[in-house]
Structure formats: structure tokens, C-alpha cells
Design a protein around this ligand. Structure first.
Ligand code: PRX
Length: 631
């Protein structure tokens, strides 16, 4: 048996041989001529000349062996619905949706924006897009009009697919109304909007633009739409993610590399087998949803559970009930979700038959030891922390148990996954740092298959953002701090940039600042991420107002804080709403005008604010202290 160490070493040393073997896990229409073209670093082309299709690999190729087995198990505790789709049924639905899109003139390379709640039609739409070579861009349903408009303008979709509403804890959450607002703000409005009517909210239709999905579906009932065979490097999708600037980046994914990476990860990391059931509690709007609700499990021939609802409704046992009912073997969730469950009666962990479950994967944010222990002991199953990013599409660090079940260490997501040449670099001079020393987590190019190939429509931004931030090196920066122990296990210590992680949701503090600044009475604002017991981090804002009379009394202050929060809700969505908005007269800045966010954050967390020799007005920090103490 190969040890994992050898397996990983070979993936770096003999990329051609290693990935050629992994590539056999998926179907190719035309075999590739070369495994890798890295003649134009940092742009990597994997499986050059090969043609394939993600939908074929996720759906069509399973029809012969498992057409009558479940492919999609849909459970909504919001609408009390459960619907199962076999691979045959999923195939039919995807063909209908593909027929609809083609009928609307969508073709290879065209963009389709999907702004949908967790309903099966969202998955049909995604698969239909990749089937016909269209590029989907799924926008998380928690984002509101301005976030959505920014993404519409960047992706320039021909068609948008949406619905009347989602539902959260039994309350309808409008989608169409926000979409209409976003389209009104957009400089590139789509030609057509396809709307699924769930009967949850009013659905006013704009004549000539808005189309009813049920009517279209009926008209395309018997459509058979062949897969478009794409060259491996052709884009499959764009997924926007937050960074240091206020403008989100469109992470672009290829087709062949992504299919291979997911198929390989299902085998070596997730240990999932065809015919079994995978349950990821994420949302299709995030990368985990793309890779491990939709594509990964289906490519592996597994049934995938799509769940609409919270972890605690009707009670804290709902997820375990699903595991029992559908014999889930592999589960994927987030540390925050487990911390939410931890507040429930622990008896729920013992109430259902969980014998089918082999592994619970957790990712998206640091996994603290008490949470890891609580769930591992409660379930009596191994918990597998894994660290990655929207950019990479699949784990960078984990314990690839399908190769070798190395021991895990609390607080560490594990060792570098095969294909990733992970190193730690000094932020000062780019020198590699050794064991037990803190550095920036970087990856030597080429990034392995499945990782982002560029920033949508902006190659230069891809190079500049990701490949020039470690000094004197052309390496990919994760923008995370890390440390490695003598056994080669990594520990992630937080972001090096202004990105924060709220309940596993990645948010840019700059985006939130821009939104708050648009409030007419805000002159200046700083937003920082502050440690939170439940959510990992929360956003906290410090704002300077233009007209101080609006915050003259404690009551007025509170009302004003609420107003600012509402602005963020309306523009970016409740997911980005700061937990607190404090008002101050001046913000701590350097003499050259740079906000001292790190110092503000340190004070909020009761730590030393660090080196303040460059601060313009030292009393600004006292104001931050006073503002926090005030409540
Ligand atoms: O800071 C790291 C943190 O989440 C960031 C990526 O977030 P996102 O693009 O939403 O992708 C999530 C994919 C699972 C990382 O830069 N992060 C993610 N996983 C972990 C983590 N931090 C610590 N431990 C993890 N397991």
C-alpha cells in the first residue's frame, strides 16, 4: 500500500502520471493530448485537447448502471416537502431545462445567472447550463439588490433564473422583489428572466421579460438536448467571492480539470461510493454547494441530499433524522452549524439510527476543539476538518482518508492534499519559513486541476491579486496565516487581508464599508471582524456621522444604528449586516490616511493594538475603547 506521504510526493513530482490516472475517473468524449500546459504561468491548462461535459459525468453516464437509483433527495422543512429524483428523472428534468435555455437563445459561453432558493429547479438549472456549455453564475440567496446588481453587471447574463421566494424559519424571503430592484440598478439587464413560482409570495411578471418556468417546462416536456462537448479548459461556471476590494471577484472554473478534481476528491478525501448517499448542509450559492451538493456526489454516482431549512426546525434532530431515513454515508457541514446544534438537547444525537454514517466533514472556518470533540463523541464518528477556498473548489488541507487514515490533530485541518504544493512564506521577504513558524499559506504553481483558472474577464486581476502578494515570488497566496508542526500538519491562524468569516460565510469588510458609507449621514466608517463564540466572527462597524444631532441621545443613537443596519440589509443582504454599529468622532488612521483595522480589531477582542508609531491621532483608539464599553 502506498503511504499518503508517497502519494502526495508523487502528485507533485510526477504531475503527468498522477493526474493522467485520476483523469480516468471521468468520461472523456475525446481523450486529451497533454495532461498539463503550464507554458504561461500562472495560467494552467489541464487535460489539453480533451473534450468532456460536466452534466454528462454527473448524470448521463450513470443512467445505464443506476438510472432507477436516487440522484437527488430534496427535503424542505420550510415547505414540508420531500421529493426524490432518480438519475433517470433528473436526466429528464435537466433536458427540459436545457431545452428551455436553448429556446431562449442561450448557447455555449453565454452566461446564466441563477438566484435561487434551495429547490430542485436550482440544480436542474445548473446542470442544464453546463450541459449546453453555458456558464452559470449562482448568487447566494442571502445577497440583496446591490450585491446582485454588481454580479449581473460583471457576468452580463443573457438569462436569469429565479423564483418568487425562499423561506427561512417558516417566513417567506423575497427573491423576485430583490431581483427586480437589482435589474433596475444594473447596467446590463438580462433579456429574459425564468421564474419558478413556489406560491410563497406575489410574483408580478414584467411583460416581454419574465417567463413562467412551469409553462416553459410543459412546452419542453419531451426535449432531448445533447451534451455540448467542451474543451477541458472551457469555463463551466463563475462564482463570485469577496476579497480586499469592494468589488467581488468572479472565480472562473474550467470543465475537465474540475470534473477530475471532484471525482478524485470523492474517492481519496470523502471516501464516497456510487449508490451511497451524500448530505451537505451548505447552500448552492457557496462553493461547498457547487462542489459537494451538486457536482461531486453526482459525478461519483451518489445520491445527494438538498436540504432547505435550518438545523433546528422542527427540532435539533432533523439532520440526524435525514441521515437515518436516507442512509446517509457521508456528511458535510460547518463548525457554526455544529455550534448551533450544541445548544440543543444532546439526546438528539442518539435518537436516530446513524449506523450508515461513516464520516462527518466540516469546513469553511476554524474548527475549535470543544466543538470537534462534542460532535465526534456525540456521534461516535470521525470528524474530518478540511480547509479550502472558493478559489480552489476542493480541499487544500485535509486527511485524505481514502489513501491513508493518518491520525488527525485537534485544531489542524491536516496535511496538504495531493496536487497542492503548500508552503509557508514570510510576508516580509517571501522566504520560506520552517516548522513552528508563522507564515502566509502559499501554493507553488501550477494550481492542481479544479482550482480557479482566472478571474472572470480579468486575467490581470488574477495575476495581480493572487500571484504577486508574496514578495519576490510567483506563488499563489491563500491570504491565510498558517503554521506547520514538525509532522507536517498545518494550522490556520486567520486571514491576512480584510476578509472576514461570519458563520462560515466569507464577506469583504470593504463591501460592508461601502454600503454603510452610502447612508446619507455617514461620513466615514471602518468595519472589522470580531471573534464570536457562535459564528466564529461577526462584523462590527465604527462610523463617523456628518450630523451629530442625529445621535444626540442614546435613543437616537440606537435608532440610527438600526437605520445603518437596514441600509446594509437592503443593499448587501442580512448576511452582511454588522452585529453592531458604534459611533465615534474620529477613526484611527495612519498619517498617510490608512485605516488601522487590525488595531481596531485587537481592541475589540481585548488584545494589544500593536505598533502605533504611525497613528495620526492616538485618542482615536480611546474612542474605540469607549464606544465598546458604552454598551
Ligand atoms: O480563511 C479560510 C477559511 O475560509 C476561507 C475560504 O472561504 P470560502 O472561499 O468561503 O471557501 C470555503 C470552502 C470550504 C479560507 O481562506 N477556512 C475555510 N476552511 C477552513 C478555514 N479556516 C480554518 N479551517 C478550515 N477548515
Amino acid at each position: 500500500m502506498t503511504t499518503y506521504r508517497e502519494f502526495h510526493a508523487r502528485s507533485i513530482r510526477d504531475k503527468d502520471g498522477f493526474w493522467r490516472e485520476q483523469a480516468a475517473l471521468v468520461d472523456w468524449k475525446k481523450p486529451f493530448d497533454r495532461v498539463l500546459d503550464y507554458s504561461r504561468p500562472p495560467f494552467a491548462n489541464w487535460f489539453v485537447g480533451g473534450t468532456t461535459n460536466l452534466c454528462h459525468n454527473a448524470v448521463d453516464r450513470h443512467l445505464a448502471a443506476r438510472g432507477e437509483q436516487n440522484a437527488l433527495i430534496y427535503v424542505s422543512t420550510e415547505t414540508d416537502q420531500e421529493k426524490n429524483y432518480t438519475f433517470n428523472q433528473l436526466y429528464r428534468e435537466v433536458n427540459r431545462f436545457a431545452g428551455i435555455l436553448k429556446g431562449l437563445g442561450v448557447g455555449r459561453g453565454d452566461r446564466v445567472l441563477i438566484y435561487m432558493p434551495m429547490i430542485p429547479e436550482a440544480m436542474f438549472a445548473m446542470l442544464a447550463c453546463v450541459r449546453i456549455g453555458a456558464i452559470h453564475s449562482v448568487v447566494f440567496g442571502g445577497f440583496a439588490s446591490v450585491s446582485l446588481a454588481t454580479r449581473i453587471d460583471d457576468a452580463k447574463p443573457k438569462v436569469i433564473v429565479s423564483a418568487d421566494a425562499g423561506s427561512r424559519a417558516g417566513k417567506a424571503v423575497p427573491y423576485k422583489a430583490l431581483l427586480d430592484e437589482a435589474i433596475a440598478l444594473s447596467k446590463c439587464p438580462p433579456g429574459k428572466v425564468v421564474l419558478v413560482n413556489r406560491g410563497l409570495a406575489e410574483l408580478p411578471m414584467v411583460a416581454g421579460r419574465d417567463l413562467d418556468y412551469a409553462t416553459l417546462r410543459a412546452a419542453h416536456m419531451n426535449d432531448e438536448v445533447p451534451c455540448e462537448w467542451l474543451e477541458s479548459s472551457e469555463p463551466s461556471y463563475i462564482l463570485y467571492t469577496s476579497g480586499t476590494t469592494g468589488r467581488p471577484k468572479g472565480v472562473q472554473r474550467d470543465t475537465g480539470g474540475y470534473a477530475v478534481a471532484l471525482a478524485a476528491s470523492m474517492k481519496h478525501i470523502f471516501c464516497g461510493n456510487a449508490g451511497e448517499t451524500y448530505f451537505s448542509t451548505s447552500d448552492i450559492g457557496w462553493v461547498v454547494g457547487h462542489s459537494y451538493i451538486v457536482y461531486g456526489p453526482l459525478i461519483a454516482g451518489m445520491a445527494t441530499v438538498m436540504y432547505e431549512g435550518t438545523p433546528i426546525r422542527p427540532d435539533g434532530g432533523i439532520w440526524w433524522k435525514i441521515v437515518e431515513q436516507h442512509k446517509v454515508t457521508t456528511m458535510f457541514s460547518s463548525p457554526t452549524a455544529i455550534r448551533v446544534l450544541k445548544k440543543q438537547d444532546p439526546a438528539f444525537l442518539k435518537k436516530y439510527d446513524l449506523s450508515s454514517l461513516r464520516l462527518l466533514f466540516l469546513a469553511g472556518e476554524p474548527l475549535d476543539e470543544p466543538t470537534a470533540r462534542w460532535i465526534a463523541d456525540g456521534l461516535g464518528k470521525p470528524v474530518v476538518d478540511n480547509y479550502w477556498q472558493t478559489e480552489t473548489g476542493w480541499p487544500i488541507l485535509a486527511i485524505p482518508r481514502g489513501v491513508e487514515a493518518l491520525p488527525s490533530k485537534f485544531g489542524s485541518p491536516g496535511v496538504p492534499c495531493y496536487g497542492y504544493d503548500v508552503k509557508l512564506f514570510s510576508e516580509i521577504d517571501g522566504a520560506e519559513v520552517g516548522a513552528d513558524q508563522k507564515g502566509v499559506v502559499g501554493i507553488e504553481g501550477p494550481l492542481p486541476p479544479g482550482c480557479m483558472t482566472t478571474v472572470w474577464d480579468d486575467d490581470e486581476r488574477f495575476v495581480k491579486t493572487y500571484w504577486t502578494s508574496v514578495p519576490n515570488r510567483q506563488v499563489y497566496s491563500t491570504f491565510d496565516w498558517g503554521i506547520r508542526d514538525k509532522d507536517g500538519y498545518y494550522f490556520i491562524l486567520g486571514r491576512t487581508d480584510d476578509v472576514i468569516n461570519v458563520a462560515g460565510h466569507r464577506l469583504g469588510t470593504r463591501e460592508i464599508e461601502e454600503s454603510i458609507s452610502s447612508h446619507p449621514n455617514i461620513a466615514e466608517v471602518a468595519v472589522v471582524g470580531v471573534a464570536d463564540q457562535l459564528k466564529g466572527q461577526v462584523a462590527v462597524a465604527f462610523a463617523v456621522v456628518k450630523d451629530a444631532s442625529k445621535i444626540a441621545t442614546p435613543e437616537l443613537k440606537l435608532a440610527h444604528e438600526g437605520e445603518v443596519m437596514k441600509t446594509v440589509d437592503a443593499q448587501l443582504g442580512a448576511v452582511a449586516r454588522p452585529a453592531r454599529v458604534h459611533f465615534v468622532n474620529v477613526l484611527p488612521k495612519t498619517r498617510s490616511g490608512k485605516l488601522l483595522r487590525r488595531s481596531i480589531q485587537a481592541i475589540c477582542e481585548g488584545r494589544d493594538p500593536g505598533d502605533l508609531t504611525t497613528i495620526e491621532d492616538p485618542t482615536a483608539l480611546d474612542q474605540i475603547r469607549a464606544a465598546i464599553a458604552d454598551r
